[in-house]
Design a protein. Structure first.
Length: 159
């Protein structure tokens, strides 16, 4: 599997994952493959949105058909009219089993187990490292937004 194939499969997979027990998609089409998170344009995206950020790959010197691919999954959530950011964290005015009003922690709970089982995508992908979630607030005032970053390294067999 090449890095391009990995990102396409991850994007397709993230677009199809659903809230538990429903057919309601968590992200739907709001999944993008990017070189870096487009902070200046976040207001244009429907919340929640996921970004797959390519962080490059390294060829294994001893095994020419193996590369270590690094990437991050960045999840962005905005919840309007909350000056403190609590709604963006834990959700508010949520429509049950949908993404409307969901907080970043709701989404994290719904996707983490599925992310860590990503090896089912192919026999040529092995998740070798994952980091703890990093959090940062990216906006304030009456439109608080939060973002979480999950970093991964995986081994890819190129043939």
């Amino acid at each position: 599997m090449t890095p391009k194939q990995l990102f396409e499969r991850l994007r397709d997979w993230l677009q199809t994952i659903t809230w538990s027990g429903t057919s309601n998609k968590i992200f739907g089409d709001a999944v993008h493959i990017v070189p870096e998170v487009p902070i200046q344009q976040l207001a244009r995206f429907r919340s929640p949105v996921a970004f797959l950020v390519d962080q490059g790959f390294v060829c294994d010197p001893d095994h020419p058909g193996v590369v270590t691919q690094n990437f991050s999954l960045v999840v962005f959530v905005e919840n309007l009219n909350d000056p403190y950011g609590e709604c963006a964290m834990i959700g508010a005015n949520r429509v049950a089993s949908t993404s409307t009003g969901a907080g970043i922690l709701d989404i994290e709970d719904a996707i983490l187990d599925q992310i860590f089982n990503i090896t089912e995508l192919t026999a040529k992908l092995m998740l070798v490292e994952k980091s703890a979630a990093k959090q940062q607030k990216v906006a304030g005032s009456n439109y608080p937004s939060v973002m979480r970053t999950f970093s991964f390294s995986c081994l890819l067999g190129l043939y």
